[in-house]
Design a protein around this ligand. Structure first.
Ligand code: UDP
Ligand code: MG
Length: 410
Protein backbone atom coordinates (compact mmCIF):
# COMPACT_ATOMS: atom_id res chain seq x y z
CA UNK A 1 0.00 0.00 0.00
CA UNK A 2 2.39 2.71 -1.22
CA UNK A 3 -0.22 5.18 -2.32
CA UNK A 4 -1.18 7.62 0.41
CA UNK A 5 -4.68 6.80 1.63
CA UNK A 6 -7.09 9.68 1.86
CA UNK A 7 -8.85 8.55 5.01
CA UNK A 8 -7.35 6.90 8.09
CA UNK A 9 -9.54 5.24 10.70
CA UNK A 10 -7.86 4.76 14.08
CA UNK A 11 -9.25 2.18 16.51
CA UNK A 12 -7.58 1.46 19.88
CA UNK A 13 -8.44 -2.02 21.12
CA UNK A 14 -7.75 -3.77 24.38
CA UNK A 15 -9.20 -7.26 24.79
CA UNK A 16 -11.87 -6.93 22.11
CA UNK A 17 -11.51 -10.32 20.36
CA UNK A 18 -15.21 -10.74 19.62
CA UNK A 19 -15.57 -7.20 18.31
CA UNK A 20 -12.68 -6.51 15.95
CA UNK A 21 -13.73 -8.65 12.99
CA UNK A 22 -17.32 -7.40 13.01
CA UNK A 23 -16.17 -3.81 13.40
CA UNK A 24 -13.65 -4.05 10.58
CA UNK A 25 -16.34 -5.47 8.29
CA UNK A 26 -18.69 -2.59 9.11
CA UNK A 27 -16.00 0.03 8.57
CA UNK A 28 -15.03 -1.62 5.29
CA UNK A 29 -18.59 -1.54 3.98
CA UNK A 30 -18.95 2.15 4.86
CA UNK A 31 -15.63 3.13 3.29
CA UNK A 32 -16.23 1.10 0.13
CA UNK A 33 -19.63 2.78 -0.24
CA UNK A 34 -18.02 6.20 0.10
CA UNK A 35 -15.61 5.15 -2.63
CA UNK A 36 -12.53 6.61 -0.95
CA UNK A 37 -9.07 5.19 -0.51
CA UNK A 38 -8.69 4.37 3.14
CA UNK A 39 -6.73 2.53 5.80
CA UNK A 40 -8.01 1.11 9.08
CA UNK A 41 -5.40 1.27 11.83
CA UNK A 42 -6.12 -1.04 14.73
CA UNK A 43 -3.87 -0.32 17.69
CA UNK A 44 -3.76 -3.41 19.86
CA UNK A 45 -3.02 -1.98 23.28
CA UNK A 46 -1.37 -5.12 24.67
CA UNK A 47 -4.49 -7.31 24.61
CA UNK A 48 -4.22 -10.60 26.48
CA UNK A 49 -7.03 -12.35 24.64
CA UNK A 50 -7.16 -13.35 20.97
CA UNK A 51 -7.50 -9.78 19.63
CA UNK A 52 -4.11 -9.77 17.95
CA UNK A 53 -4.62 -13.23 16.42
CA UNK A 54 -7.89 -12.14 14.84
CA UNK A 55 -6.29 -8.91 13.60
CA UNK A 56 -3.30 -10.69 12.04
CA UNK A 57 -5.59 -13.10 10.22
CA UNK A 58 -7.67 -10.22 8.92
CA UNK A 59 -4.60 -8.27 7.84
CA UNK A 60 -3.52 -11.16 5.59
CA UNK A 61 -6.84 -10.81 3.80
CA UNK A 62 -7.19 -7.04 3.61
CA UNK A 63 -4.49 -4.66 2.49
CA UNK A 64 -6.39 -1.72 4.03
CA UNK A 65 -5.83 -3.03 7.53
CA UNK A 66 -2.79 -1.84 9.47
CA UNK A 67 -2.08 -3.32 12.89
CA UNK A 68 0.08 -1.65 15.50
CA UNK A 69 0.74 -3.76 18.52
CA UNK A 70 1.86 -2.67 21.97
CA UNK A 71 3.61 -5.38 23.92
CA UNK A 72 2.13 -4.06 27.13
CA UNK A 73 -1.09 -2.24 27.88
CA UNK A 74 -0.21 1.45 27.69
CA UNK A 75 -3.70 2.98 27.81
CA UNK A 76 -6.21 4.36 25.37
CA UNK A 77 -4.48 7.73 25.01
CA UNK A 78 -1.14 6.16 24.04
CA UNK A 79 -2.93 3.84 21.61
CA UNK A 80 -4.77 6.73 19.96
CA UNK A 81 -1.61 8.84 19.83
CA UNK A 82 0.29 6.01 18.13
CA UNK A 83 -2.57 5.62 15.62
CA UNK A 84 -2.57 9.36 14.84
CA UNK A 85 1.17 9.32 14.41
CA UNK A 86 1.10 6.46 11.91
CA UNK A 87 -1.99 7.63 10.03
CA UNK A 88 -1.16 8.47 6.43
CA UNK A 89 -4.46 10.12 5.52
CA UNK A 90 -5.18 13.84 5.40
CA UNK A 91 -8.33 13.13 7.35
CA UNK A 92 -8.48 10.87 10.38
CA UNK A 93 -11.43 9.31 12.18
CA UNK A 94 -11.09 7.71 15.63
CA UNK A 95 -13.57 5.35 17.21
CA UNK A 96 -13.91 2.72 19.95
CA UNK A 97 -13.26 -0.90 19.09
CA UNK A 98 -16.22 -2.31 21.00
CA UNK A 99 -18.98 -1.68 18.40
CA UNK A 100 -20.55 0.99 20.60
CA UNK A 101 -19.78 3.66 18.00
CA UNK A 102 -21.39 3.19 14.61
CA UNK A 103 -19.21 3.36 11.46
CA UNK A 104 -22.32 4.54 9.56
CA UNK A 105 -21.75 7.93 11.20
CA UNK A 106 -18.35 8.36 9.51
CA UNK A 107 -19.65 10.04 6.29
CA UNK A 108 -21.63 12.53 8.39
CA UNK A 109 -18.56 13.44 10.44
CA UNK A 110 -16.44 13.84 7.32
CA UNK A 111 -19.12 16.00 5.71
CA UNK A 112 -18.86 18.41 8.62
CA UNK A 113 -15.05 18.31 8.49
CA UNK A 114 -15.15 19.28 4.83
CA UNK A 115 -17.20 22.35 5.71
CA UNK A 116 -13.94 23.73 7.09
CA UNK A 117 -13.65 22.40 10.62
CA UNK A 118 -10.49 20.85 12.06
CA UNK A 119 -12.26 18.64 14.54
CA UNK A 120 -15.77 17.19 14.50
CA UNK A 121 -16.88 15.55 17.75
CA UNK A 122 -19.56 12.90 18.06
CA UNK A 123 -22.25 13.42 20.69
CA UNK A 124 -23.84 10.25 22.06
CA UNK A 125 -27.13 11.96 22.78
CA UNK A 126 -28.93 8.67 23.39
CA UNK A 127 -26.11 7.01 25.24
CA UNK A 128 -26.58 3.29 25.80
CA UNK A 129 -24.70 2.90 29.08
CA UNK A 130 -25.74 2.54 32.71
CA UNK A 131 -27.52 5.66 33.88
CA UNK A 132 -26.22 6.20 37.40
CA UNK A 133 -22.62 5.03 37.11
CA UNK A 134 -21.89 6.15 33.56
CA UNK A 135 -24.26 8.73 32.16
CA UNK A 136 -24.74 10.95 35.21
CA UNK A 137 -20.98 11.30 35.96
CA UNK A 138 -20.44 11.99 32.27
CA UNK A 139 -23.07 14.75 32.13
CA UNK A 140 -21.59 16.42 35.22
CA UNK A 141 -18.01 16.04 33.94
CA UNK A 142 -18.86 17.45 30.53
CA UNK A 143 -20.57 20.43 32.10
CA UNK A 144 -17.56 21.16 34.31
CA UNK A 145 -15.09 20.60 31.45
CA UNK A 146 -17.13 23.01 29.33
CA UNK A 147 -17.04 25.69 32.02
CA UNK A 148 -13.38 25.24 32.91
CA UNK A 149 -11.96 24.92 29.40
CA UNK A 150 -14.37 27.27 27.67
CA UNK A 151 -15.04 24.58 25.03
CA UNK A 152 -18.69 23.65 25.56
CA UNK A 153 -18.78 20.21 23.93
CA UNK A 154 -21.62 17.93 25.08
CA UNK A 155 -19.65 14.72 25.01
CA UNK A 156 -15.89 14.90 25.43
CA UNK A 157 -15.69 11.19 26.17
CA UNK A 158 -17.08 10.08 22.80
CA UNK A 159 -14.20 8.56 20.83
CA UNK A 160 -15.99 8.89 17.52
CA UNK A 161 -14.41 12.02 16.11
CA UNK A 162 -13.06 13.25 12.79
CA UNK A 163 -9.87 15.30 12.50
CA UNK A 164 -7.83 17.21 9.99
CA UNK A 165 -4.57 15.24 10.23
CA UNK A 166 -2.32 18.29 10.17
CA UNK A 167 -4.11 19.59 13.27
CA UNK A 168 -4.53 16.49 15.43
CA UNK A 169 -0.90 15.50 14.81
CA UNK A 170 0.12 18.70 16.59
CA UNK A 171 -2.05 18.14 19.65
CA UNK A 172 0.05 16.92 22.57
CA UNK A 173 -1.58 13.85 24.10
CA UNK A 174 -0.26 12.33 27.29
CA UNK A 175 -1.63 10.55 30.35
CA UNK A 176 -5.35 10.05 29.85
CA UNK A 177 -5.85 13.26 27.91
CA UNK A 178 -7.75 11.56 25.07
CA UNK A 179 -10.83 12.75 26.98
CA UNK A 180 -9.69 16.35 26.54
CA UNK A 181 -8.95 16.34 22.84
CA UNK A 182 -11.44 19.13 22.01
CA UNK A 183 -10.06 21.46 24.67
CA UNK A 184 -6.45 20.44 23.99
CA UNK A 185 -6.84 21.09 20.29
CA UNK A 186 -7.79 24.70 20.95
CA UNK A 187 -4.19 25.08 22.10
CA UNK A 188 -3.22 24.71 18.43
CA UNK A 189 -6.15 26.85 17.32
CA UNK A 190 -8.54 24.16 16.03
CA UNK A 191 -12.05 24.99 14.77
CA UNK A 192 -14.48 22.56 16.39
CA UNK A 193 -17.94 21.27 15.45
CA UNK A 194 -20.22 18.70 17.04
CA UNK A 195 -22.84 16.31 15.65
CA UNK A 196 -25.17 13.77 17.21
CA UNK A 197 -24.08 10.17 16.62
CA UNK A 198 -25.62 6.75 17.20
CA UNK A 199 -24.55 4.72 20.22
CA UNK A 200 -25.10 1.02 20.86
CA UNK A 201 -24.92 -0.96 24.08
CA UNK A 202 -21.83 -3.10 24.49
CA UNK A 203 -22.60 -6.60 23.26
CA UNK A 204 -19.26 -8.39 23.72
CA UNK A 205 -16.45 -7.96 26.23
CA UNK A 206 -16.34 -5.55 29.15
CA UNK A 207 -15.82 -1.85 29.70
CA UNK A 208 -12.23 -1.14 30.68
CA UNK A 209 -13.03 1.62 33.14
CA UNK A 210 -14.77 1.73 36.50
CA UNK A 211 -15.84 4.49 38.87
CA UNK A 212 -12.16 5.30 39.52
CA UNK A 213 -12.29 7.27 36.33
CA UNK A 214 -14.33 10.02 38.03
CA UNK A 215 -11.47 10.90 40.35
CA UNK A 216 -8.90 10.82 37.55
CA UNK A 217 -11.04 13.00 35.28
CA UNK A 218 -11.42 15.51 38.12
CA UNK A 219 -7.64 15.73 38.47
CA UNK A 220 -7.25 16.00 34.71
CA UNK A 221 -9.52 19.04 34.71
CA UNK A 222 -7.26 20.77 37.26
CA UNK A 223 -4.16 19.77 35.29
CA UNK A 224 -5.67 20.94 32.04
CA UNK A 225 -6.54 24.37 33.41
CA UNK A 226 -3.05 24.82 34.76
CA UNK A 227 -1.38 23.68 31.54
CA UNK A 228 -3.49 25.91 29.35
CA UNK A 229 -2.96 28.94 31.58
CA UNK A 230 0.76 28.57 30.95
CA UNK A 231 0.79 27.28 27.37
CA UNK A 232 -2.25 28.65 25.57
CA UNK A 233 -1.04 32.23 25.19
CA UNK A 234 2.10 30.78 23.61
CA UNK A 235 0.26 29.01 20.81
CA UNK A 236 1.24 30.30 17.40
CA UNK A 237 -1.86 29.60 15.37
CA UNK A 238 -4.29 31.22 17.77
CA UNK A 239 -4.54 34.95 17.18
CA UNK A 240 -3.71 36.68 20.47
CA UNK A 241 -5.94 39.47 21.70
CA UNK A 242 -4.33 42.88 22.18
CA UNK A 243 -4.26 42.28 25.91
CA UNK A 244 -2.60 38.88 25.43
CA UNK A 245 -0.03 40.42 23.13
CA UNK A 246 0.77 43.03 25.76
CA UNK A 247 0.98 40.42 28.48
CA UNK A 248 3.25 38.25 26.28
CA UNK A 249 5.62 41.18 26.01
CA UNK A 250 5.43 42.08 29.69
CA UNK A 251 5.50 38.60 31.17
CA UNK A 252 7.54 35.78 29.76
CA UNK A 253 6.33 32.24 30.56
CA UNK A 254 8.88 32.06 33.36
CA UNK A 255 7.50 35.14 34.95
CA UNK A 256 4.01 33.81 34.59
CA UNK A 257 5.00 30.75 36.60
CA UNK A 258 6.81 32.94 39.10
CA UNK A 259 3.80 35.17 39.47
CA UNK A 260 1.70 32.11 40.11
CA UNK A 261 4.24 31.00 42.71
CA UNK A 262 4.10 34.35 44.44
CA UNK A 263 0.32 34.20 44.42
CA UNK A 264 0.42 30.74 45.94
CA UNK A 265 2.50 31.98 48.84
CA UNK A 266 0.08 34.69 49.92
CA UNK A 267 -2.61 32.28 51.13
CA UNK A 268 0.18 30.55 52.98
CA UNK A 269 0.85 33.71 54.90
CA UNK A 270 -2.79 33.97 55.93
CA UNK A 271 -2.90 30.27 56.70
CA UNK A 272 0.31 30.50 58.73
CA UNK A 273 -1.01 33.50 60.65
CA UNK A 274 -4.22 31.68 61.54
CA UNK A 275 -2.69 28.31 62.33
CA UNK A 276 0.61 29.26 63.98
CA UNK A 277 -0.82 32.37 65.58
CA UNK A 278 2.40 34.25 64.99
CA UNK A 279 3.11 36.77 62.26
CA UNK A 280 6.82 36.04 62.37
CA UNK A 281 6.41 32.30 61.75
CA UNK A 282 3.74 33.02 59.15
CA UNK A 283 6.02 35.39 57.26
CA UNK A 284 8.88 32.91 57.45
CA UNK A 285 6.82 29.99 56.21
CA UNK A 286 5.41 32.13 53.44
CA UNK A 287 8.90 33.26 52.44
CA UNK A 288 10.21 29.68 52.49
CA UNK A 289 7.32 28.47 50.39
CA UNK A 290 7.73 31.25 47.88
CA UNK A 291 11.39 30.26 47.51
CA UNK A 292 10.54 26.58 47.04
CA UNK A 293 7.87 27.44 44.48
CA UNK A 294 10.21 29.80 42.65
CA UNK A 295 12.83 27.06 42.42
CA UNK A 296 10.19 24.62 41.17
CA UNK A 297 8.99 27.20 38.62
CA UNK A 298 12.56 27.78 37.48
CA UNK A 299 13.31 24.05 37.11
CA UNK A 300 10.04 23.54 35.22
CA UNK A 301 10.68 26.45 32.91
CA UNK A 302 14.11 25.01 32.04
CA UNK A 303 12.62 21.59 31.40
CA UNK A 304 9.95 23.06 29.15
CA UNK A 305 12.53 25.04 27.19
CA UNK A 306 14.74 22.00 26.76
CA UNK A 307 11.75 19.90 25.67
CA UNK A 308 10.99 22.48 23.00
CA UNK A 309 14.54 22.37 21.69
CA UNK A 310 13.82 18.85 20.43
CA UNK A 311 16.19 16.89 22.61
CA UNK A 312 15.98 13.27 21.59
CA UNK A 313 16.18 11.69 25.00
CA UNK A 314 13.70 12.14 27.82
CA UNK A 315 15.60 13.15 30.91
CA UNK A 316 15.15 11.50 34.28
CA UNK A 317 12.80 14.12 35.66
CA UNK A 318 10.51 13.95 32.63
CA UNK A 319 10.49 10.17 32.85
CA UNK A 320 9.58 10.46 36.50
CA UNK A 321 6.45 12.43 35.66
CA UNK A 322 5.46 10.16 32.80
CA UNK A 323 5.77 7.07 34.94
CA UNK A 324 2.90 4.64 34.54
CA UNK A 325 1.64 2.06 36.88
CA UNK A 326 -0.62 -0.60 35.48
CA UNK A 327 -1.57 1.49 32.42
CA UNK A 328 -2.51 4.50 34.53
CA UNK A 329 -0.20 7.49 34.42
CA UNK A 330 0.77 8.35 37.98
CA UNK A 331 -0.53 11.67 39.19
CA UNK A 332 1.99 13.20 41.57
CA UNK A 333 -0.22 16.10 42.50
CA UNK A 334 -3.22 13.93 43.13
CA UNK A 335 -3.94 11.54 45.95
CA UNK A 336 -1.00 12.24 48.29
CA UNK A 337 -1.28 16.01 48.16
CA UNK A 338 -5.03 15.97 48.67
CA UNK A 339 -4.76 13.41 51.46
CA UNK A 340 -2.17 15.41 53.40
CA UNK A 341 -4.17 18.60 52.94
CA UNK A 342 -7.44 17.05 54.09
CA UNK A 343 -5.77 15.29 57.01
CA UNK A 344 -4.18 18.57 58.09
CA UNK A 345 -7.54 20.31 57.74
CA UNK A 346 -9.31 17.74 59.91
CA UNK A 347 -6.59 17.88 62.55
CA UNK A 348 -6.83 21.65 62.74
CA UNK A 349 -10.13 21.20 64.54
CA UNK A 350 -8.93 21.18 68.17
CA UNK A 351 -10.98 18.33 69.73
CA UNK A 352 -10.15 16.08 66.79
CA UNK A 353 -6.50 16.90 67.21
CA UNK A 354 -6.30 15.57 70.78
CA UNK A 355 -8.58 12.68 69.85
CA UNK A 356 -6.19 11.65 67.07
CA UNK A 357 -3.24 11.43 69.45
CA UNK A 358 -5.26 9.63 72.10
CA UNK A 359 -6.43 7.04 69.62
CA UNK A 360 -2.90 6.37 68.40
CA UNK A 361 -1.62 6.70 71.95
CA UNK A 362 1.29 8.99 71.08
CA UNK A 363 2.66 12.23 72.49
CA UNK A 364 1.17 15.32 70.84
CA UNK A 365 3.23 16.81 68.02
CA UNK A 366 3.01 20.60 67.97
CA UNK A 367 1.87 22.26 64.76
CA UNK A 368 1.21 18.96 63.05
CA UNK A 369 -1.80 20.16 61.11
CA UNK A 370 -0.20 23.24 59.49
CA UNK A 371 2.78 21.09 58.58
CA UNK A 372 0.44 18.56 56.94
CA UNK A 373 -1.52 21.24 55.11
CA UNK A 374 1.65 22.94 53.91
CA UNK A 375 3.24 19.73 52.71
CA UNK A 376 -0.05 18.74 51.07
CA UNK A 377 -0.11 21.94 49.06
CA UNK A 378 3.58 21.57 48.26
CA UNK A 379 3.14 18.01 46.99
CA UNK A 380 0.20 19.24 44.94
CA UNK A 381 2.22 22.11 43.42
CA UNK A 382 5.17 19.84 42.78
CA UNK A 383 2.90 17.53 40.80
CA UNK A 384 1.34 20.40 38.90
CA UNK A 385 4.74 21.60 37.78
CA UNK A 386 5.43 18.01 36.77
CA UNK A 387 2.27 18.05 34.73
CA UNK A 388 3.69 20.98 32.76
CA UNK A 389 6.85 19.00 32.14
CA UNK A 390 4.82 16.01 30.97
CA UNK A 391 2.77 18.22 28.65
CA UNK A 392 5.87 19.88 27.19
CA UNK A 393 7.28 16.40 26.58
CA UNK A 394 4.04 14.95 25.22
CA UNK A 395 5.41 14.50 21.74
CA UNK A 396 8.27 12.51 23.17
CA UNK A 397 6.03 10.69 25.63
CA UNK A 398 4.37 9.27 22.57
CA UNK A 399 7.67 8.22 21.01
CA UNK A 400 8.78 6.85 24.31
CA UNK A 401 5.70 4.67 24.70
CA UNK A 402 5.68 3.62 21.08
CA UNK A 403 9.39 2.88 20.77
CA UNK A 404 9.30 0.54 23.66
CA UNK A 405 6.10 -1.24 22.81
CA UNK A 406 5.62 -0.90 19.10
CA UNK A 407 5.72 -3.92 16.88
CA UNK A 408 4.06 -3.69 13.51
CA UNK A 409 3.13 -6.69 11.49
CA UNK A 410 3.57 -4.90 8.18
N1 UDP B 1 -9.03 0.70 25.35
C1 UDP B 1 -7.67 0.63 25.07
N2 UDP B 1 -6.80 0.59 26.12
C2 UDP B 1 -7.22 0.62 27.42
C3 UDP B 1 -8.60 0.73 27.68
C4 UDP B 1 -9.48 0.77 26.63
O1 UDP B 1 -7.26 0.59 23.92
O2 UDP B 1 -6.37 0.58 28.31
C5 UDP B 1 -9.98 0.73 24.23
C6 UDP B 1 -11.10 -0.29 24.32
O3 UDP B 1 -10.72 -1.53 23.78
C7 UDP B 1 -12.19 0.38 23.52
C8 UDP B 1 -11.98 1.86 23.80
O4 UDP B 1 -10.63 1.98 24.24
O5 UDP B 1 -12.02 0.14 22.14
C9 UDP B 1 -12.94 2.39 24.86
O6 UDP B 1 -12.93 1.58 26.00
P1 UDP B 1 -14.25 1.12 26.75
O7 UDP B 1 -15.28 0.67 25.76
O8 UDP B 1 -13.86 0.14 27.79
O9 UDP B 1 -14.69 2.47 27.44
P2 UDP B 1 -16.21 2.95 27.68
O10 UDP B 1 -16.93 2.86 26.36
O11 UDP B 1 -16.74 2.00 28.69
O12 UDP B 1 -16.06 4.35 28.16
MG1 MG C 1 -17.22 1.26 25.17
Amino acid sequence: MDEKPILSIVVPVYNEEENVRLLFEKIRVVCETMGETYEVIFVDDGSRDGTFTVLSELSKQFIQLVVIRFEKNAGQTAAMAAGFEFARGQRIVSMDGDLQNDPNDIPKLLGRLDEGYDLVCGWRKERQDKFLTRRVPSIVANWIIGKVTGVPIHDNGCSLKAYRASVIKQVPLYGEMHRFIPAMSTVVGARIAEIVVTHHPRRFGQSKYGLGRIWRVALDIVAFKFIVSVFAPLSRTQKPSPWQRLSNVLFKPTQRIFRAAALFSFPFFVLGRVLFGSTKIAALSCFGLAIILLVLGWVTENKIRRAKQELTELDTLARFFIFRYNRRPIRFFGPIGVLLFVLGGILSIAPLYSFFFKVFNIAEIPNLSPVLITSGILVFCFGLFGELIAFANAQRVKDYTVEIFLNMNK
